[in-house]
Design a protein around this ligand. Structure first.
Ligand code: AP5
Ligand code: MG
Length: 210
């Protein structure tokens, strides 16, 4: 199964993609996570991406497209994958359609008010990257990861100015890809403004019909 998950910043793409990947044995490919890993390791790509990401802007298409093309060729994608955060504009969507065929594009619909609330309360483990939320998904011990005891941190782009920019880019550049997939009969809309497990159940009910 080859899937995409589309939605604004904070809609729950990462949260749901992780659960989907586990249940259906798919590779979870988050372009944001790949960029953050490169920033952490101070690679050439990380140096290019760092300022853009912290300002809430997109990394150039040529770089992102090639990166995804290489990633989906890897062995762990043989059983399928879920792309989280890619494509993010029409150029990327067209590029993807030239290199592979996806089975479905899941759109998580969430209001801006809710995403802003979620992003300001999000925390991520600095070590294993597990995601938490100090309102809706608390760790057992404040500031500490349940799985690996790593320190929980806030993402550098979860500041109000960068959040505003990310949501603006979503409206102007990413939303047109929803129509692109609708026209190909591949779009599945899901309300992301329900409890995490309820969203997941709706997604799995749909995926089980594919
Ligand atoms: P990326 O990392 O993809 O960030 P994003 O799209 O802004 O989305 P987020 O990761 O912030 O949110 P999410 O939808 O994954 O929500 P989450 O599950 O964490 O991209 C970052 C940057 O990288 C981009 O801005 C860009 O610069 C660059 N980039 C990435 N891809 C690119 C591309 N293709 N082209 C160019 N540049 C690219 O959930 C959020 C919080 O809410 C968590 O705390 C979670 O616990 C909580 N939560 C989740 N679901 C629920 C729920 N149902 N109810 C209550 N709380 C919930
Ligand atoms: Mg994410």
């Amino acid at each position: 199964m080859k899937l995409l998950i589309i939605g604004p910043a904070g809609s729950g793409k990462g949260t749901q993609a992780k659960k989907i990947a586990e249940k259906y044995n798919l590779a979870h490919i988050s372009t944001g996570d790949i960029f953050r890993e490169n920033i952490k390791n101070n690679t050439q790509l990380g140096k290019i991406a760092s300022k853009l990401i912290n300002d809430g802007k997109l990394v150039p298409d040529e770089i992102t497209n090639k990166m995804v093309e290489e990633r989906i060729k890897k062995d762990d994608c043989k059983n399928g994958y879920i792309l989280d955060g890619f494509p993010r504009n029409i150029i990327q969507a067209k590029y993807l359609s030239k290199i592979d065929d996806v089975d479905s594009a899941i759109e998580l619909k969430v209001s801006n008010k809710e995403t802003v609330k979620r992003l300001s309360s999000r925390r991520t483990c600095s070590n294993c990257k597990r995601g938490y939320n100090i309102i809706s998904l608390k760790p057992k011990i404040e500031g500490v990861c349940d799985d690996c005891s790593g320190t929980l941190i806030q993402r550098a782009d979860d500041k109000p100015v960068a959040i505003k920019k990310r949501l603006e880019i979503y409206t102007n550049e990413t939303k047109p890809i929803i129509e692109f997939y609708k026209q190909k009969n591949l779009l599945k809309e899901i309300s992301g403004e329900q409890e995490i497990n309820v969203v997941f159940e709706e997604i799995t009910l749909f995926l089980d019909t594919l």
